[in-house]
Design a protein around this ligand. Structure first.
Ligand SMILES: C[S@@+](CC[C@H](N)C(=O)[O-])C[C@H]1O[C@@H](n2cnc3c(N)ncnc32)[C@H](O)[C@@H]1O
Length: 467
């Protein structure tokens, strides 16, 4: 079957007048909405469509004819090709204003949900080097800029860095990244230098061959550092490379490798081998300690993560007598953070490894009133479960971007839980879900927290009470 031909269209002068919830610029042409990547209101652009539907089109910029007065110069040299920090051409205060607008559009305009008090958005204290985890990819298919190609020099196709957005096979060779502290930059560059010098084979994603696959770096606020090198096979080069990392970076407290011979990069079903140090690091949120193992999930912005949990704690206003449910609990961090202010904590999470971590974290913090259950919230949270584990006085829910299944919302409606704290990384699905609870619940207050500066993402917390 042949490919269907898409007829692209070039717009000579598109004026961007709005911003979508995904952070795309919005232009209107006759009855049609055109979403343009990498644009902000006030820009005038020449753009070419790459997707055309009856009511909307999506386009990429060919030229920025007239930049919005809100634009500033970007600070990272990898900006044009890398997928991270896409909003760095916007001053941080403007980013916050746009994120605020995204939240208010989701509730007021799209879902038409009334909100009692909207507290001001909490901006990040650090707008650079704020991540505690990064994953780099080795590749034989390096992305080159036009300038690099124009030099006419012999180009080395090996790279260690991040995938080019929308181009799964290409990797930007990263020299300096502003997302994680300087250790991460030093380690990545030293490992690449060693690999090039020893002529180690980088992974070729097209033919699924090669030795070096990924490098994962986790830096905790306690100063502990966990590193995982992921390779395709165990060969003679592996242990000398591990020894090099160990010797050059004695500050690493947990050095691991994973042999992943599978066709995809996911290593969650593979076994990490601890080469030196401990098999985990300790991360702290407030007075609570969390064991973070190579495959554990953890909030990637520690300091904003703590502020997020403080907002949840504040909204929950626990008295000490309550049965508290923590849905989509991950490693139990929100529930544990609130555990000494409630009578009983019941957590539900579908990944069994995360539930194991949650149980271990409860022990580590001497929390004795917590129970964590493995399972899909939709299947587990039913009348029987509630009868067995106690009717919740307050329910915290922190679902993935897609939000909550309608059946779960029905269970909550039936249970008439007095208070709900809904934490979300996607205000549109959050507003949609809250609209579905409208018959019995009102939004008392809401506050957004910026966990990811220079991106369109925003975390939002809403407190719901029975009407
Ligand atoms: C946004 S994370 C929240 C994690 C945690 N609350 C925290 O603050 O670190 C969403 C979590 O929901 C889990 N999850 C996704 N779908 C689920 C489902 N249907 N049932 C149970 N857990 C689910 C994911 O594995 C993930 O750990």
């Amino acid at each position: 079957m042949g490919h269907r031909k898409i007829r692209h269209k070039v717009y000579e002068e598109l004026e961007i007048t709005g911003l979508s919830s995904e952070g795309l610029g919005i232009a209107r042409v006759d009855e049609k909405v055109v979403f343009v990547e990498q644009c902000i209101p006030g820009d005038v652009v020449r753009a070419r469509t790459f997707q055309r539907r009856k009511n909307f089109e999506k386009a990429r910029i060919l030229a920025l004819t007239k930049p919005s007065i809100d634009r500033q110069a970007h600070f990272c040299k990898h900006f044009e090709s890398c997928g991270g920090c896409k909003w760095q051409y916007l001053p941080y205060a403007k980013q916050i204003a746009f994120k605020d607008q995204i939240v208010s559009d989701a509730f007021a305009r799209l879902a038409k949900v009334e909100v009692g008090v909207r507290l001001p958005i909490l901006p990040a204290k650090e707008t650079e080097f704020y991540r505690n985890k990064l994953e780099y990819t080795f590749s034989t298919n390096r992305w080159f800029t036009k300038e690099e190609i124009a030099t006419g020099e012999d180009l080395d196709f090996r790279a260690l860095g991040f995938h080019v957005p929308g181009q799964h096979t290409k990797v930007v060779d990263i020299d300096k990244c502003y997302l994680q502290n300087e250790f991460s930059n030093k380690l990545r560059n030293a490992v690449r230098e060693y690999a090039l010098e020893k002529d180690l084979v980088f992974y070729n994603i097209k033919i699924r061959e090669g030795f070096l696959r990924n490098l994962v770096v986790r830096t905790a606020s306690t100063g502990e550092i966990l590193v995982i090198l992921i390779v395709n096979e165990d060969n003679d080069a592996l242990l000398p490379l591990m020894a090099f990392i160990k010797e050059k970076f004695p500050e690493i407290t947990s050095l691991n490798y994973i042999i992943n011979p599978k066709l995809n990069d996911t290593y969650f079903d593979q076994t990490p081998i601890c080469y030196s140090g401990k098999s985990f690091i300790i991360e702290k949120l407030g007075k609570f300690s969390f064991k973070v193992r190579p495959k554990s999930f953890f909030q990637t912005n520690t300091s904003q993560g703590e502020r997020l949990y403080d907002v949840v704690k504040n909204f929950a206003a626990l008295q000490g007598t309550e049965t508290l449910y923590d849905l989509y609990a991950g490693v139990g961090s929100i529930g544990l953070y609130l555990s000494d202010n409630c009578n009983k904590l019941v957590g539900i999470e579908q990944i069994d490894q995360a539930v194991e971590d949650a149980k271990e974290n409860a022990k580590l913090n001497a929390v004795e009133n917590a129970d964590f259950h493995v399972g899909d919230v939709r299947l587990l949270l039913n009348a029987d479960f509630l009868a067995k584990n106690g009717q919740p006085d307050i329910l915290i829910t922190d679902p993935p971007r897609g939000g909550m299944h309608p059946e779960i919302l029905q269970t909550i409606l039936k249970a008439r839980v007095p208070k709900i704290v809904y934490v979300s990384c996607n205000p549109s699905t959050q507003a949609r879900d809250i609209a579905a609870l409208d018959e019995f619940y009102k939004v008392v207050k809401m506050q957004a927290i910026d966990m990811f500066p220079h991106t369109v993402h925003i975390e939002n917390v809403a407190l719901l009470e029975l009407k």
